[in-house]
Design a binder for this molecule. Structure first.
Ligand SMILES: Nc1ncnc2c1ncn2[C@@H]1O[C@H](COP(=O)(O)OP(=O)(O)OP(=O)(O)O)[C@@H](O)[C@H]1O
Ligand SMILES: [Mg+2]
Length: 277
């Protein structure tokens, strides 16, 4: 896999680092209703995310993480509360958002490169202006020789990497990632953690990143949101004050271990993790 060489788009530079809240989630509740009854998925979720921040979300299966992400993406609507982006209420999918779904949603009849370039068609952008960037991203994610393959010719982890390339093609201001690395082996996961860190430092996308891996959550994040089981509530938000960029070796350091301990302690207090013997 090559080093991260994806260039920044010229119009957004590091010196423009934004500082205000980009995303505000205010008292969000979500209850799914069907003929079989109602199911309370989220209860009173409030969170402020400053522009450019990387926020990891961890919580037990079924606690509403995907539901929350879908509401932020405008693909679903809260039953109560409000979500706003840069001061405007979210009522549908916002412009300039990239999303990596928990199950990849690649189009099987399009090649890898054409899947990555999908956005250019949605937005009516000239494809030729984006091909080089799409190819550079595929190279960064170890897929350079697969651009003419079809999704059904790829492994699960490769498909997920294509989904990531597609989501970040235009360096979205808001990046929503739902367990993007769950299907990867530990080594590839480490490598892609580093690549994602490099990319997000360059693009400064405001990022919500769902994972079940506590180490990965801490490694990438400025803040880790720990959720309680359904109806999903935020149990605590922990700051990760470890300077970036981080080497993988920070995972062996004391600061990292302490945050990991706090996350595990929170899960133990909630009865989600059993206390260590
Ligand atoms: N479209 C839907 N209709 C009805 N219930 C739903 C729907 N989507 C999710 N749910 C329910 O809402 C709850 C939260 O689901 P969600 O997918 O948000 O959890 P999650 O935290 O992402 O879980 P996982 O870690 O397993 O992906 C679950 O009980 C699920 O059954
Ligand atoms: Mg989910």
């Amino acid at each position: 896999m090559t080093a991260a060489v994806v260039e920044m788009r010229p119009e957004r530079r590091l010196s423009e680092k934004p500082t205000s809240d980009h995303l505000v989630i205010d008292g969000v509740c979500k209850t799914y209703r069907s003929q079989r009854g109602s199911l309370e998925a989220l209860r009173d979720i409030s969170l402020r995310v400053r522009a450019g921040a990387f926020v990891s979300i961890v919580g037990p299966s079924g606690c509403g993480k995907t539901t929350l992400l879908r509401c932020v993406a405008g693909l679903d609507h809260p039953t109560a509360g409000e979500i706003s982006l840069k001061g405007s209420a979210v009522s549908g999918p916002p412009d300039n958002m990239g999303m990596v779904f928990q199950r990849d949603v690649l189009l099987d009849w399009r090649t890898v490169l054409d899947n990555v370039l999908l956005l250019t068609e949605f937005r009516g952008l000239p494809r030729r202006d984006w091909i080089d960037r799409a190819r550079r991203l595929l190279a960064v994610f170890g897929l350079a020789s697969f651009e003419d393959r079809y999704p059904w010719e790829l492994s699960g982890g490769m498909r997920q990497r294509v989904s990531i390339c597609r989501a970040i093609l235009d360096e979205p201001e808001l990046l929503l990632m739902d367990e993007p690395f769950a299907a990867l082996d530990a080594f590839t996961r480490d490598e892609l953690n580093l690549e994602l860190q490099t990319l997000s430092q360059r693009t400064q996308s405001t990022t919500l990143f769902i994972t079940h891996n506590i180490g990965e959550a801490i490694f990438l994040a400025d803040q880790v949101v720990v959720m309680d089981r359904r109806p999903g509530r935020i149990a605590t938000v922990l700051d990760v004050d470890i300077p970036k960029p981080r080497a993988l070796s920070v995972r062996e350091g004391r600061a990292f271990a302490e945050i990991g301990r706090q996350v595990r302690q929170t899960f133990e207090d909630l009865g989600i993790l059993r206390a260590s013997p």
